[in-house]
Design a protein around this ligand. Structure first.
Ligand SMILES: *Cc1c(COP(=O)(O)O)cnc(C)c1O
Length: 395
């Protein structure tokens, strides 16, 4: 077996097996059981928020947020172009229309372009933000904290308040990221906007296999989301349903895994942060790529590390870079393709996309698992530097 350094794999060093066995022994494996409540409580405590509803995925958490806001056919929602498509698809589930606004150098929503868009492209009438071009109401903005890096929430919230926009924070990659300075100091990703969505998919910082959670600034709204996620059953004894519900509740088996993972989350974050610093030292002064920093005034969970490839010298497509690194045992990944260029989104509205297309061809994610060793980090850095030099010379 040759060397293989994976991009991002789960870490089960704690009580995972014990708790999952316990859930099985008790016979509570489905959408009822004590681990679900326990996980919700642990998340709420960790995030310093009052109420969290566990659900089946980050996608369902985002979908329920839009449902709760009342996003309907004919409405519009501001979304990011450069992120995982799951952040945007729920807009389509509601038969609403997305409008893509550019990111800044953090890969998150550009707060300046957001404000400019609201000011110049919309009218604010009777508490409603109306897009001048088509007369439709813009009800919400989905803000993704990309790779664990936090968006400029101070500025975004200011604009949102001014224009009556509901803010859905997609914190699926940012569990544990928080502001440390400024007016939002101490506030965690997902607890600043009206809604916050989390994901516990296999490669996220903690995993439940598949799973997610949602929080909101109004605890009663979270209760209603929990209700919707369990088919909106109104009566404890009879099957009475006054609303359309969903089968979006997390299972107790998943939650058992999640409770164990929550015990380890602080350690996972510590390791991600320390490993980022090691990479930073190794890439320092190397001029063919740059390790992207995380926002000042925040403490990021540093979930994923990003290298910007210098395109003036290296013209090889990402596919070739990834394949050649793979041959040397280093698994890497290209950043996402632009969502507005994906087939179901062709022809949708965009606003001043400049940074998103720039970074879409330049960003490479490098191994970031919590179990990665110092030796593997060294090997990864050496291998990447060597390949980039080769590619630059080959031109
Ligand atoms: C992972 C992820 C999601 C979706 O989470 P799932 O649990 O896989 O449904 C949504 N948005 C972003 C940015 C993600 O990275």
């Amino acid at each position: 077996m040759g060397k293989f350094i994976p991009l991002s794999i789960p870490n089960f060093e704690g009580n995972e097996r014990k708790y999952v066995d316990d859930a099985i022994d008790q016979g509570w494996v489905s959408t009822g059981g004590a681990y679900i409540t326990k996980l919700e409580e642990e998340l709420a405590r960790f995030l310093h928020t009052k109420n969290v509803a566990a659900c089946q995925s980050g996608t369902s958490a985002l979908h329920l947020s839009l449902v709760e806001i009342g996003v309907k056919p004919g409405d519009m929602v501001i979304v990011p172009p450069l992120t995982f498509i799951a952040a945007v698809n729920p807009v389509k589930y509601q038969f609403a229309q997305p409008i893509f606004i550019d990111c800044d150098d953090s890969f998150c929503l550009d707060p300046v372009k957001l404000r400019e868009f609201c000011e110049s492209e919309c009218d604010y009438i009777d508490g409603k933000l109306i897009f001048k071009t088509n007369g439709k109401q813009i009800k919400a903005v989905v803000v993704v904290h990309v790779f664990g890096n936090m968006a400029d929430m101070v500025s975004i919230m200011e604009t949102a308040h001014k224009y009556g926009l509901k803010v859905v924070e997609d914190a699926t990659e940012a569990l544990g990221s928080k502001y440390t300075e400024g007016e939002l100091a101490g506030k965690y990703a997902g607890t600043i906007g009206n809604f916050g969505a989390f994901s516990f998919n296999g490669n996220k910082i903690i995993t439940t296999g598949g799973g997610g959670a949602v929080t909101a600034n109004d605890p009663a709204v979270v209760d209603h989301i929990r209700f919707l996620s369990t088919q909106a059953k109104t009566d404890p004894h009879y099957y009475i349903h006054d609303e359309i519900g969903y089968n979006y509740r997390m299972t107790n088996l998943q939650a058992a895994l999640g409770v164990a993972q929550m015990e380890e989350l602080p350690e996972f974050i510590k390791r991600k942060q320390a490993n980022y610093d090691k990479y930073a030292k190794l890439f320092e002064g190397f001029d063919l790529c740059k390790l992207i920093p995380f926002r000042e005034g925040t403490s990021s969970n540093k979930w994923f590390y990003s290298l910007e490839i210098r395109r003036d010298c290296i013209t090889a497509p990402m596919r070739e870079i990834i394949t050649r690194l793979q041959d040397k045992g280093v698994q890497t990944r290209a950043i996402w393709g632009l969502i507005n260029e994906q087939k179901p989104y062709l022809g949708e509205l965009t606003y001043k996309l400049e940074k998103a297309p720039y970074y879409a061809t330049r960003i490479l994610n490098i191994p970031s698992s919590t179990q990665i060793t110092d030796e593997e980090i060294d090997y990864t850095a050496v291998t990447i530097k060597q390949l980039l030099k080769e590619l630059c010379d080959e031109r």
